[in-house]
Structures are given as structure tokens and as C-alpha cells.
Design a binder for this molecule. Structure first.
Ligand code: SF4
Ligand code: SF4
Length: 355
């Protein structure tokens, strides 16, 4: 049964939830909107897409994996042992105000971190303790294309609860059993038919406002076929300046680097986000770089999202169409144009057979 929450009660509802969970929500930070712990001093901003999604809540930009210490063996002073302590930090956390595309980003992370042969204990511990309360999009932006990649303005993938803005408040719907646990609060009343009908109408309008989705069924094959066509990738990547904004803001990018930081006999093994658009990403110790130019790097980024990841994860495209990489790219490189060009690119054998 859908519930209704008055707009004026949203703050009290989040405060109530804050007694059980660490509540993380989109808040103002300068000109940006970013996900931070919600406090009385911070201003909640759910009227626009956050500059960066909530990926850092479950996959922090920088985290200690283990701490280590060199200790001498008193029985054998010549020998030194290393004591290692794993640092897995997780607590009940509520992610509020994620957009459906951002929540679907967690589905991609689940594929990469929990469904492969090697599981990521750090991510899994945080994911298990997290509950995601998403906010459906009744307004879309020109950069949104969730409908191209299997999503929609009211998509529920990765969410536990979905809120839809309606007149005077929100329609509140549980998506998972975890989400059902939030439906009993005294601030929630049963939603009447009129509110449910309004939500449906607003969401249909939002869906209709999106550009028509191309058929991407041919994409993995098409991208494999373009693998050695470096002229195509040179052209697509010509204006890229390798700044990495697209990767850091992307809710599905999950590459990381691991480094050791040591002072004296003690240190930490740190994991930090990495950026596949940087020339250093695949630079090998020998100096050889298998992705030596921007063209190789863009080919990898697009190929990973629309070809290699879907191949390994039941066709699941590793882009959720949030449009942040389009909005924030300083040279306006548009991933929609790249995949459309790849889809429409005539392959040499097709040209030959037509002639
Ligand atoms: S944001 Fe634009 S310029 Fe920067 S690395 Fe990405 S595609 Fe290149
Ligand atoms: S590739 Fe761009 S549009 Fe797709 S999920 Fe990442 S930031 Fe969003």
C-alpha cells in the first residue's frame, strides 16, 4: 500500500530515521550539491540533480583497507613480521534522495563487487547495512537518457523505497522488504487514489519528455567490430582533454588504485578512485602503455560500459544515463553521440558487400 508524506513533515521524518540510521542526503556545498551526512547546519537540496551521486557512500573516494605494522620477532631478532589489521567500517546508513539512475548505479556496483569470483568485503559490508530511499524524477533534464539504457524516471533498481513528488508532499512506496521497514512511521498516512493518479500522470509526462531511445541490441557486436578502427576512436576523442571529470562523477565508474602509505614501521594500505581517462591509468613500470592515446582510453571507457560489462553481466549496460559526464565535460564530449556514432558506423565488410 502506497503511503503519503506531507512536504512539511519531510524534515521530521528524516530526523526520526536518523535515530536508527546515519542519514546521507544531497546538500548544498558552495555551488554544488553533494551527498553528505544530513545535519541541522546543512541545507537539503532535492530540487535538482546532485552534482555528484551517492556512489561514495558505498564506495568511498579514499579508504583504508588494512593497517600494518612491522614487528621484530623476539625469538629471532633477525626476522621481522608484519602485523596486518583489516579495516571494514560499516554502520546502518540511509541514503536519501538518490535519483533512480543513481540507485541503478548500485546495481552495477553489485555486479562488479559482489557477483564476481572475488568479492569485495568492504563494499559488501556497507551495502548490507545501507537502505536506499530514492526520489523519482517528475522533471527531466536535456542531458538525461536513462530510457536509452534500461532505466526510467521512476525506475526502482537499486532502491528500497521510492518517493514521488506530488502536490503538497510525496507518494512513498516500498520496493524491497528492507524498504517495508520504513513504511510504519506515524508521519506516513495511506495515499488516496487521487495522489496515486497524480504521481502516475507526472511520471508519464517525465517519461514522454525524454528523447526516444535507440535500439542498442547490436551494441556489443558493433563495439567489438570497431575495436581496431582507431580512425573512429581518434575522431570521437579528438576534443577530450583527459581531465577525468566524467569518471569521477559517474555513478557506475568503479576503477580504483591501491597504494601503501608508511611512516616508520607503521602504515596503511589505501584504496582510492582511479580514472581510466588518464594516460597514467595503464602506464606500466617498464614505460610501456597499452592505452597510449586518448582514443584508446575513450574506446575502453565506452567499450566497458556498453560492451564488456554487459557481456559479463547478463546484458546489463554499465551506464545509467544520468548525463553527468555530458553536463560536466569541459569540452562537451557527449557519450550519447559516441554510442550513436558507433551504432551507425558502417563496418568495412558491410561497405564491401553493399558495393
Ligand atoms: S570529462 Fe570530457 S574532457 Fe574530461 S576526460 Fe571526460 S571526456 Fe575527456
Ligand atoms: S557514463 Fe555518463 S551518463 Fe552514463 S552513468 Fe556515467 S556519468 Fe552517467
Amino acid at each position: 500500500m502506497a503511503k503519503y508524506l506531507k512536504k512539511d513533515d519531510l524534515g521530521s521524518w528524516l530526523k526520526e530515521l536518523g535515530e536508527t540510521y546515519k542519514v546521507i542526503a544531497p546538500v548544498e556545498e558552495g555551488d554544488a550539491v553533494v551527498f553528505r551526512r544530513l545535519t541541522d547546519e546543512r541545507t537539503l537540496r532535492i530540487d535538482r540533480q546532485a552534482t555528484q551521486g551517492p556512489k561514495g557512500v558505498l564506495f568511498p573516494a579514499c579508504e583504508e583497507l588494512v593497517s600494518f605494522k612491522y614487528v621484530k620477532d623476539p625469538e629471532n631478532p633477525e626476522k621481522t613480521k608484519v602485523e596486518v589489521k583489516e579495516t571494514v567500517e560499516a554502520e546502518p546508513t540511509l541514503i536519501f534522495g538518490a535519483r533512480p539512475c543513481d540507485a541503478r548505479g548500485f546495481d552495477v556496483f553489485d555486479g562488479a563487487f559482489t557477483k564476481c569470483a572475488v568479492k569485495d568485503n568492504y563494499y559488501m559490508a556497507r551495502r548490507e547495512q545501507a537502505i536506499v530511499v530514492s526520489l523519482a524524477c517528475t522533471k527531466t533534464e536535456t542531458t538525461c537518457f536513462c530510457n536509452w539504457v534500461g532505466g526510467s524516471p521512476d525506475g526502482t533498481g537499486g532502491s528500497d523505497v521510492l518517493l514521488t513528488p506530488v502536490t503538497g508532499g510525496y507518494l512513498v512506496e516500498a520496493v524491497t522488504d528492507k524498504g517495508e521497514a520504513l513504511m510504519g512511521g506515524k508521519l506516513l498516512s495511506d495515499a488516496d487514489d487521487a495522489r496515486q493518479a497524480e504521481a502516475k500522470k507526472l511520471l508519464q509526462e517525465a517519461k514522454d519528455s525524454l528523447r526516444e531511445a535507440p535500439d542498442f541490441d547490436c551494441m556489443p557486436e558493433q563495439l567489438y567490430a570497431l575495436f581496431d578502427n582507431m580512425d573512429f576512436w581518434e575522431k570521437q576523442s579528438a576534443k577530450c582533454i583527459s581531465c577525468g571529470a566524467c569518471t569521477y562523477l559517474c555513478p557506475t565508474c568503479h576503477c580504483f588504485n591501491i597504494t601503501d602509505e608508511q611512516q616508520g614501521k607503521e602504515g596503511s594500505r589505501i584504496r582510492s578512485w582511479d580514472n581510466c581517462m588518464s594516460h597514467m591509468f595503464t602506464n606500466e613500470a617498464s614505460g610501456h602503455n597499452p592505452r597510449p592515446t586518448k582514443a584508446y582510453r575513450l574506446k575502453n571507457r565506452v567499450g566497458h560500459k556498453f560492451c564488456y560489462f554487459p557481456d559479463m553481466h547478463d546484458g546489463h549496460i554499465a551506464c545509467v544515463g544520468c548525463g553527468r559526464c555530458i553536463k560536466s565535460c569541459p569540452v562537451a564530449l557527449d557519450i550519447r553521440e559516441v554510442v550513436t556514432a558507433a551504432k551507425e558506423c558502417r563496418l568495412p565488410e558491410e561497405e564491401t558487400s553493399d558495393d
